[in-house]
Design a protein around this ligand. Sequence first.
Ligand SMILES: [Zn+2]
Ligand SMILES: [Zn+2]
Length: 251
Amino acid sequence: MRAAVFEYVKYMSVNDQPSAKLLEIRGGLIPEPGRVSSVDPEETTPWEQVSPRRIETAHWLRFEDYMREIFDAFGMNRDTPATKRSPERFLKALYDATAGYEGDPKLLTAFPTECRCDADCMLAQIIEGPISFYALCEHHALPFHGFANVGYVAHERIIGLSKLTRLVRLFARRFTVQERLGVQIADALAGIMEPHGVAVHLQAVHLCTQMRGVREEHSKTVTSVWRRGYTDNAELRREFLGEVRSRNPWA
Ligand SMILES: [Zn+2]
Ligand SMILES: [Zn+2]
């Protein structure tokens, strides 16, 4: 089996930089309804922002009051310069971390490429990763984070490599579960590229189990999703998993 393996250059996220137009209200940072975006401002692509969420200012102010009440009740000393605005920051961070709802992967475009559908085409496996991601578990709204590796055997269409990273993060920046995340990435790629095969491997740590409850600090959750050619080709899967293993940042 011959594999075309391209090394993935880590995409540096600049999402912790304020990228949105913000309104100063009550000395706090309140996103202007419908104008906020937490995507990379250097490289904004329309499909990541097609459905901006509109949260009215009155609602934001009310949500901040809820957070103040909750933080107070749970024991935060909000009477310090550091914590005075924590309720606002918490809400804004949660809003940014769920920006994936604003995008539409169906608008992601693929480029035509040649496929002779001979043995070469069927065997040229592309593996991208590790792509880091941060998601919120929908059961606890606490983060799970880790690395995605994506493999595919292209047919007549390919997509830009940076779009793979964007696609992973579009689905990750939501309230979700790891299983669904892998399935969504695989199905989106299968739809966009109509490739000979797609493989998605995710490994993550879940803070909802690490920070509380059973406190399993070293346990990682691994999921694999196979589509098309990978489902009946054990050699392709073995090669993919071997490559993923060799790139494991946590190994
Ligand atoms: Zn959880
Ligand atoms: Zn083909």
